[in-house]
Design a protein around this ligand. Structure first.
Ligand SMILES: [Zn+2]
Ligand SMILES: [Zn+2]
Length: 348
């Protein structure tokens, strides 16, 4: 079969590899769509501490069941499925309390196991056993289902940082995740959504988020602008959906008393110390949290929201490529020329 194999940092190619075998307690999936994530670009550029090459990456994936392990019940060949890539252990302190994103033994498809930039992929037994395999609702397309994973991370964030009915939400970063944040904030009943973005190109693409106010952060002082837009009160929730320490520092200046700030994007390794005025937090009694990834239940909820038309994730797709053209796809993401890029391994 064809697959994208990461052999080393900056060494990524489409190759013919051996077809994987399906263990008795696993599922073999024929991949129909796998979206490229900004993390895939990071892995390609810098490597990842959890990936031991050679590895097939790709974690925003969906497909059709091609084979069900002999010992497994509840699934059938031909079932359309989306697989939540973060695989918790189900047994540790955090898993038992329903906080699977904090699992002490967390593993992930595309990192510890081969992922979805391939014609076929084995869903590992631990993923099957921990509720990571979801049958797609009939009206959800494969392309939309591939975006259930980034949406799940957004749901996790907004659950922790409680977007309120009638509130004002600032989203810093107009990438695909920023757009999802804007839509989900709206679904939670936010009355005013303010999006800030540095890149003019991204600013244009993020029009799709239908924020109420857009701030070009390369020209305007975004803290000052948010205060103006909120009559001096500042925002109820500020979500930092980009990888910038400066944006994290500014976020605390944009949030109101008792408001919530969420550091949704991680900072580059070795460069994650920021300069925060802690008195802002002290005197505003505000809450600064972070979130990363999602639990299996967030992925289920994602598919439900997509199926009910509450979030039209498909509108984020700007580019589509066959597996053989993967390098063209990753170039689009790397250069920030599009929002979501879908790879379709099933199409030759
Ligand atoms: Zn992702
Ligand atoms: Zn665990």
């Amino acid at each position: 079969m064809q697959a994208v194999v990461l052999e080393d940092i900056h060494k990524l190619s489409v190759q013919d590899v051996e077809m994987p075998e399906c263990p008795a307690d696993a599922i073999l999936v024929k991949i129909e769509a796998c979206a490229i994530c900004a993390t895939d670009v990071k892995v390609y550029r810098y490597g990842h501490k959890l990936i031991r090459p050679p590895r097939i990456t790709g974690h925003e994936l969906t497909g059709t069941i091609a084979e069900v392990g002999k010992e497994l019940k509840g699934y059938q060949e031909g079932d359309r499925v989306a697989v939540a890539p973060a695989v918790p252990c189900g047994e540790c302190y955090y898993c038992r309390r329903g906080l699977q994103t904090m699992c002490a033994n967390l593993t992930a498809i595309g990192y510890h196991y081969d992922g979805g930039f391939a014609e076929y992929m084995v869903v590992p037994p631990r993923a099957v056993g921990n509720d990571c395999v979801n049958i797609l609702p009939e009206n959800v397309s494969f392309e939309d289902a591939a975006l259930a994973e980034p949406l799940a991370a957004v749901l996790n964030c907004q659950e922790i940082s409680r977007v309120n009915l009638g509130g004002t939400v600032v989203v810093i970063g107009g990438g695909p995740l920023g757009c999802l944040h804007a839509w989900i904030a709206r679904a939670h009943g936010a009355a005013k959504i303010i999006m800030t973005e540095l890149s003019p190109e991204r600013l244009e693409l993020s029009a799709i988020a239908e924020a109420d106010v857009y701030i070009n952060a390369s020209q305007d002082d975004s803290v000052k602008r948010v205060l103006e837009e909120t009559g001096g009160r500042a925002a109820d929730v500020v979500i930092v959906s980009c990888s910038s320490g400066r944006a994290q520092e500014q976020a605390v200046g944009m949030v109101c008393a008792h408001g919530r700030v969420n550091f949704f994007g991680s900072l580059p390794k070795g460069n994650s110390t920021i300069n925060l005025d802690s008195n802002l937090i002290h005197y505003k009694e505000c809450f600064v949290a972070g979130t990363h990834g999602s639990a299996p239940r967030h992925n289920k909820l994602s598919l439900k929201l997509i199926s009910k038309g509450i979030t039209r994730v498909g509108n984020l797709i700007t580019h589509r490529f066959r597996l053989a053209k993967f390098l063209d796809g990753i170039a689009v993401v790397e250069q920030g020329k599009g929002l979501k890029v879908i790879i379709s391994p099933a199409k030759r």
